[in-house]
Design a protein around this ligand. Structure first.
Ligand SMILES: [Ca+2]
Length: 74
């Protein structure tokens, strides 16, 4: 179970970092964002599901981490 927890936490940090960088890079003008939704247009074409599902993905990760923590320490 410990390995699952490490993977889940790693994914949460990785996804959080990608979401943060999407906002940061578009606000700073580093990446093109013509439709001004704070998602780099180059990513949006291929990974729109990743951004439209942001709330759901992070919620699922949170639940999975909580569940795993309860298993490890419960
Ligand atoms: Ca965009």
């Amino acid at each position: 179970m410990d390995n699952i927890l490490v993977v889940l936490v790693f994914l949460a940090i990785l996804f959080g970092g990608v979401y943060w960088y999407a906002g940061y890079s578009t606000r700073s003008g580093a990446l093109k964002d013509e439709n001004q939704n704070f998602i780099p247009d180059a990513w949006e074409e291929k990974f729109s599901w990743f951004f439209s599902g942001k709330g759901f993905i992070m919620l699922l990760l949170g639940i999975a981490i909580g569940y795993t923590l309860a298993k490890v320490f419960g």
